[in-house]
Design a protein around this ligand. Structure first.
Ligand SMILES: Cc1ncc(COP(=O)(O)O)c(C=O)c1O
Length: 386
C-alpha cells in the first residue's frame, strides 16, 4: 500500500464527528449550513434530472456552465476568461486541487504551503511527489511577511498552494498580501494554485481579489472555485478551474482520467445560479454575517476571546488569554463530551509546529442551533480546570 495514505491517522474531523454522534452533540465541527440552500437552484437541478440530459456531458463541462462561469467572474472580479480554453468544470474543488497537483508537480519539486492548511493538501502534494515548504501563520492576524516567504521559496519551488479566504482562520488576504505573494511567484517562476472556494463568503463589505487578476499572474495561476460553497450546497461537489490555455490543457488531461465529467443536471443548475442578481449574493453574505455576529457576540458574552472572522463559515476562539491548563484538542474533547458541542481544534490544520490554543466553530447554522450551542457553552469557562 502507498504509505502516504496507509500511514494517515484517523483525522480529528472523524474523531470529533464520531464523538458528536455518540454524545448527541450540536455539531459545529463540520462546515456545512443547516439550511437546505436556494430553492430555485435546487428546482433547476430537479428539472434537469427529470427532463434534461443525463448522459456524459462534455469533458470540460457543459458549455452553458463554462459561459456562466466566465460571465460571473467578469462581473464579480473583472476577469476576461475564454470559456472554451480557460475554464473546466470538476467534481468539486477537491478534484480540481488533486488534478492540479497531479498534473503540475514532478517528484522532488518544492511546494510552498501555508499553515493552517486544508486537510487534503498535504497528502495530495506528497502523493504527487512534492516536497512541502511551510509558511506558518499565527493568530491573531494570520498574515505572512516577505521574510516568511523568503524562508520558504527556493530555486526548487515549483508551485504555491494558496487558500484565500483561508479556512480555518477566516482570513481574507487583500491586495497588498497578494502583491507580495505575486512578486515571489514571479521571482521564483512558480505557479500558484489558488483555492478560492470561499470567494463569495466574505463579510463587512470586503471584496475578494483573485491572485490571477494581478499583473503578471494571468499565465501562472490556477483559480479554483466551488458551487458547493457559493450556493451553500456543499454536497453537490461541482467545482471549477480557470487557467491560461497552456496550463488548462494539461489539467484537462488529468481530469480526463480522474472523473472525466460531473453530473450534468447539477451543472445546469449551477449555470442558472451563477447568473443570479447581485442581490442574491449580497443577501447570502448578509445572512452569514448576521449568524457570525450573533454567535461571536454570544461567545464574547460568555468570556471567550473571539478572533476576527472575515470570511468562510468559521470563527475561532483563542484560548491562550484564558490561561487554561489544556491544549485545543483536550478542550474540544471536553466540550463535546461534557457540554455536547462539537468543534475542531485548529492544531489539526498544521503538519508541523502547530498552534495549540485555537478552536474553530462553524457558525453557518440556524439561529436556534447557534443559541442552543451558546446555552450549552454557558458554564464552560466557569467549570474549566485552571
Ligand atoms: C479550503 C477548502 N478547499 C476545498 C474544499 C472542498 O470543496 P468541494 O466540496 O467543492 O470539493 C473546502 C471545503 O470545505 C475548503 O474549505
Amino acid at each position: 500500500m502507498n504509505p502516504v495514505f496507509a500511514n494517515l491517522p484517523v483525522s480529528v474531523f472523524e474523531v470529533m464527528s464520531q464523538l458528536a454522534r455518540t454524545h448527541e452533540a450540536i455539531n459545529l465541527g463540520q462546515g456545512f449550513p443547516d439550511d437546505p440552500g436556494p430553492e430555485d437552484v435546487r428546482r433547476k437541478a430537479a428539472e434537469a434530472v427529470v427532463s434534461g440530459w443525463n448522459q456524459y456531458p462534455s469533458m470540460l463541462g457543459l458549455p452553458e456552465l463554462r459561459q456562466a462561469i466566465a460571465a460571473h467572474y467578469r462581473h464579480w472580479h473583472g476577469l476576461a476568461l475564454d470559456p472554451d480554453a480557460e475554464i473546466m468544470v470538476t467534481s468539486g474543488a477537491t478534484e480540481a486541487i488533486a488534478g492540479s497537483l497531479l498534473a503540475l508537480i514532478e517528484p522532488g519539486d518544492e511546494i510552498v504551503m501555508f499553515q493552517p492548511l486544508y486537510d487534503a493538501y498535504l497528502p495530495l502534494v506528497q502523493r504527487a511527489g512534492g516536497v512541502p515548504r511551510f509558511v506558518r501563520l499565527e493568530p491573531p492576524h494570520w498574515r505572512f511577511t516577505a521574510e516568511m516567504l523568503a524562508a520558504a521559496f527556493t530555486p526548487k519551488t515549483k508551485l504555491v498552494l494558496f487558500n484565500n479566504p483561508l479556512n480555518p482562520s477566516g482570513t481574507v488576504f487583500g491586495r497588498a498580501d497578494l502583491e507580495l505573494l505575486a512578486r515571489f511567484c514571479q521571482e521564483f517562476d512558480a505557479v500558484a494554485v489558488c483555492d478560492e472556494v470561499w470567494e463569495h463568503v466574505i463579510f463587512d463589505g470586503r471584496r475578494h481579489v483573485p491572485l490571477i487578476s494581478l499583473p503578471g499572474m494571468r499565465e501562472r495561476c490556477v483559480k479554483i472555485g466551488s458551487a458547493g460553497k457559493i450556493f451553500s450546497l456543499t454536497g453537490w461537489k461541482v467545482g471549477f478551474v480557470c487557467a491560461a490555455p497552456a496550463i488548462l490543457r494539461v489539467l484537462a488531461k488529468a481530469h480526463q482520467f480522474i472523473t472525466f465529467t460531473t453530473a450534468p443536471n447539477l451543472q445546469a443548475a449551477v449555470a442558472y445560479g451563477l447568473a443570479k442578481t447581485d442581490a442574491y449574493f449580497e443577501g447570502m453574505r448578509r445572512d452569514f454575517q448576521a449568524s457570525r455576529d450573533r454567535f461571536a457576540d454570544g461567545l464574547r458574552s460568555l468570556g471567550f476571546p473571539v478572533l476576527d472572522a472575515q470570511g468562510t463559515y468559521f470563527l475561532n476562539v483563542d484560548l491562550a488569554p484564558l490561561g487554561l491548563n489544556e491544549d485545543d484538542e483536550t478542550f474540544c474533547k471536553r466540550l463535546v463530551v461534557e457540554h455536547k458541542v462539537a468543534t475542531i481544534p485548529v492544531s489539526a490544520f498544521y503538519a508541523a509546529d502547530p498552534i495549540r490554543s485555537v478552536v474553530r466553530f462553524c457558525f453557518a447554522k440556524r439561529d436556534a442551533t447557534l443559541d442552543g450551542a451558546l446555552d450549552r457553552l454557558s458554564d464552560v469557562l466557569r467549570r474549566s480546570p485552571a
